[in-house]
Design a protein around this ligand. Structure first.
Ligand code: AMP
Length: 398
């Protein structure tokens, strides 16, 4: 099946056309500046081809139309007719408690995604706009929603409940949801494949470390805890996000600097994390190079990040009563040998023994622990688009 995978943001839209059987990426690209002017970057991996176009995109509908035009173009297209696209898979950030799995999009499903807007006010409206735009230019083509939150819906109540008055959960749905679920699901399933064991026999800790970062505890194939919370601001310090914080700090700083809550959250979301501590950059490469040149704050920001990941690995091993494998993925997890080593070193007491030479690798599936390590440590590049395409093909093919 040929599946078009769509990840719609408020002014941008990423796409991939995939063959769900061979897993080949036929074409992929990005629409930017939707609602402003419009720019399309279109790539055909098999031909090593990259094209850029200025195309007016007043709305997401024109953006999707420009993607379809690129896909069927006689010069840089990959299909002869739009009707070759069997289905569309949409990334949707928040499914609340309504969706524990991917689902065929119907009007009832759209209503439920709309009901989740208060939980993800920046993301869900953009995802909805992307779905509506696809429906308008591809009428009759089946569409599937794949939720970032769905994989974590298996968490037990003790892991997702906040110690607030219970009414805020019951009335207002304030609870831990967790994000990056598609990535945690993909890499934990790949880990089981690589280890040649059924998921039902494995306790896995998945570390998705990128600009946004989260760690998940996956017991018998089910997420039982994860570090992001009600919003993706929780858990680890990230590129620009603060992660977990004493809520009292907010009151103190807001009073001191006269910030309103939006200003305070802007600091927590955009000016904190590795960027905030280092004062250098949110990009780990820049921060590492500054640390190498002796920049103290850069070094501390990296140590704080690595220490936070290590603590979660320990916590989740305790939560599951053991761990068989630790997986590193996403931009930092896949590319940064030093961070992986810093997280895993010192965990020898719980059976983790790294192989320094095997860890000296980037962006490829590999076992990076020593042959005699009781806990296997794996590098697995994430592939959320493949997961979305696979779910879409499964649901539409039923
Ligand atoms: P992601 O959000 O998964 O795309 O990850 C982006 C992050 O990966 C950025 O902060 C990059 O600095 C980081 N990254 C990419 N390549 C490397 C590398 N070779 N070493 C360290 N960090 C890297």
């Amino acid at each position: 099946m040929k599946i078009l995978v769509i990840n719609a943001g408020s002014s941008s839209l990423k796409y991939q056309l995939m063959d769900s059987v061979s897993h080949d990426v036929l074409a992929k690209g990005l629409c930017e500046r939707i609602g402003i002017d419009g720019r399309l970057t279109h790539k055909v991996p098999a031909k090593d081809l990259k094209k850029e176009f200025e195309i007016p995109m007043p709305t997401h509908a024109e953006a999707i139309q420009s993607v379809l035009d690129a896909l069927v173009s006689t010069e840089h297209g990959v299909i002869a007719d739009v009707r070759e696209i069997d289905a569309v898979g949409h990334r949707v950030v928040h499914g609340g408690e309504s969706f524990a799995q991917s689902v065929l999009i119907t009007e009832d499903v759209m209503k439920a995604i709309e009901d989740c807007i208060p939980l993800a006010p920046l993301h869900n409206p953009a995802n909805i706009t992307g779905i509506r735009a696809c429906q308008s230019v591809m009428p009759g083509v089946p569409m599937v929603a794949v939720f970032d939150t769905a994989f974590h819906q298996t968490m037990p109540e003790k892991a997702y409940i906040y110690a607030l008055p219970y009414e805020y959960y019951e009335k207002d749905k304030v609870r831990r949801y967790g994000f990056h679920g598609t990535s945690h699901r993909y890499v934990s399933a790949r880990a089981a494949d690589m280890l040649g064991k059924p998921m039902e026999q494995l306790k896995i800790i998945t570390c998705h470390l990128g600009n946004g970062s989260s760690v998940a505890a996956v017991d018998c194939g089910k997420s039982v805890d994860t570090s992001m919370g009600f919003t993706p601001l929780a858990g680890l310090p990230m590129g620009t996000r603060a992660g977990d914080l004493d809520a009292g700090i907010l009151q103190y700083l807001m009073n001191k600097y006269g910030w309103n809550i939006d200003e305070a959250l802007n600091v927590l979301n955009k000016k904190s994390g590795v960027l905030g501590i280092s004062g250098v950059s949110s990009d780990f490469r820049d921060v590492e190079s500054a640390a190498k040149d002796g920049n103290h704050r850069a070094a501390v920001s990296l140590e704080t990040f690595q220490y936070s990941v290590k603590k979660l690995v320990g916590a989740y091993a305790a939560a599951m009563g053991g761990v068989d494998a630790i997986v590193f993925t996403a931009g930092v997890g896949e590319n940064d040998a030093k961070t992986r080593m810093a997280v895993a070193s010192g965990l020898e007491f719980m059976g983790v023994k790294m192989d320094e030479a095997a860890n000296d690798i980037r962006g490829k599936e590999a076992v990076i622990s020593a042959a005699d390590s009781k806990v296997k440590v794996l590098l697995i590049p994430t592939d959320e688009e493949l997961m979305i395409a696979t779910d879409t093909a499964d649901i539409v093919g039923r």
